[in-house]
Design a binder for this molecule. Structure first.
Ligand code: COA
Length: 260
C-alpha cells in the first residue's frame, strides 16, 4: 500500500521508517499516526525484518510534536480521545512490538516527537538534536505517554524539571541524562543505527522478543516482572533458536538462528 506521510526502506533485516512531512517539521497528524500504526503492524509480521529504525526526513527535525493545528479547538472529550487513541495506535504499539525499534533522533524531538522516541526501545541522536516536552507552554500536558516514560528514562526530578519548564535539552545533555544511548554527527546517525541493527540481527529474534516483554514488564505495575522473566526464560527452552544457539556454542561455531 502507498503511504502519504511516511517512507519505508528495507535493506536486509533492517527496515527504516522515515516520517516525511519536512515542511511541518514532521509533526504527527492523525493520518501519519494511522500510517505508522499500519506499517508497524505490517513490519512486525514480516519474517525477514528483524530491526526497525524510525527517523524524520530532512536535517532539522525528528518530529516537532503532535500537529497542533489539528487539536487547537478540541473539547475535553476530544482531548481524552486524542491521547487514548494515539497511545493505543502508536506509542504502546511500538513499546510492545516484538521487534526492536530504534529512534534515530535527527533534530527536534518535541512533545509527541520525544514521546515517540521514548516509546522506541532505545534512542540514538545526532549532535544537532534538541529534545523537550513543551506541552505546558501550550496549556496542556504530554498525552502520548510522556509523563510516564520520561521519569522512567531520566528520573523523576529531571522529568519534572523538563516538563515544568517546557524547555529543550541538547543532545549532550540527553546523553548525560541517559535519554539517548549515543550522540554522533548527523551524517553518521543512520550508519550507527545500521551497525547496531546488524549486531542485534545476529542474535535470536525470538529471544529478543521475549526480552523486550520482560524488560517492559519491569515498568508494568500490574505484573510481577520477575515472574514474567521466569516464564519467558522457560519458554525459550522450547524454541528452535535455543537449540541452535546452545548447539552452535558447543560446536564452537556461529549460530544461524531459524527465528522460531
Ligand atoms: N504542529 C504543527 N505544525 C508544526 C509543529 C507542530 N507541532 N511544529 C512545527 N510546525 C510547523 C510550523 O507551523 C511551520 O509551518 P508553516 O511554515 O506552515 O508556518 C513549520 O512547521 C516550520 O516550523 P517553524 O516554527 O517555522 O520553525 P522554527 O525553526 O522557527 O521553529 C520549532 C522550530 C520546533 C522551535 C517550532 O516549530 C516549534 O516550537 N514547534 C512546536 C513544538 C511544540 O510545541 N510541540 C509540542 C506539540 S504538543
Amino acid at each position: 500500500m502507498g503511504y502519504q506521510n511516511i517512507l519505508i526502506d528495507t535493506q536486509g533485516k533492517l527496515a527504516t521508517i522515515t516520517i516525511n512531512r519536512p515542511t511541518k517539521l514532521n509533526a504527527l497528524n492523525r493520518d501519519t499516526i494511522k500510517e505508522l500504526n499500519k506499517v508497524f503492524l505490517k513490519l512486525e509480521k514480516e519474517k525477514s525484518v528483524h530491526v526497525i529504525v524510525i527517523t524524520g526526513s530532512g536535517e532539522k527535525a525528528f518530529v516537532a510534536g503532535a500537529d497542533i493545528s489539528e487539536f487547537a479547538d478540541f473539547s475535553v472529550k476530544e482531548g481524552k480521545k486524542l491521547a487514548a487513541k494515539g497511545q493505543e495506535l502508536l506509542f504502546n504499539l511500538i513499546e510492545n512490538l516484538s521487534k526492536p525499534v530504534i529512534a534515530a533522533v535527527n533534530g527536534f524531538a518535541l512533545g509527541g516527537g520525544l514521546e515517540l522516541a521514548m516509546a522506541c526501545h532505545f534512542r540514538v541522536a545526532s549532535d544537532n538534536a534538541r529534545m523537550g516536552l513543551p506541552e505546558v507552554s501550550l496549556g496542556v500536558i504530554p498525552g502520548y505517554g510522556g509523563t510516564q516514560r520520561l521519569p522512567q528514562l531520566v528520573g523523576k526530578g529531571r522529568a519534572m524539571e523538563m516538563i515544568m519548564t517546557a524547555g529543550m535539552i541538547d543532545a549532550k545533555k540527553a546523553l548525560d541524562y541517559g535519554l539517548v544511548n549515543y550522540v554522533v554527527p548527523q551524517e553518521e546517525l543512520l550508519e550507527l543505527c545500521q551497525k547496531l541493527a546488524n549486531r542485534i540481527s545476529n542474535n535470536s529474534s525470538v529471544a529478543i522478543g521475549y526480552a523486550i516483554k520482560a524488560v517492559n514488564d519491569c515498568f508494568n505495575t500490574s505484573i510481577n516482572g520477575y515472574a514474567s522473566e521466569i516464564d519467558a526464560f522457560g519458554t525459550c527452552f522450547g524454541t528452535a533458536d535455543f537449540k541452535e544457539g546452545t548447539t552452535a556454542f558447543m560446536e564452537k561455531r556461529k549460530a544461524i538462528f531459524p527465528g522460531k
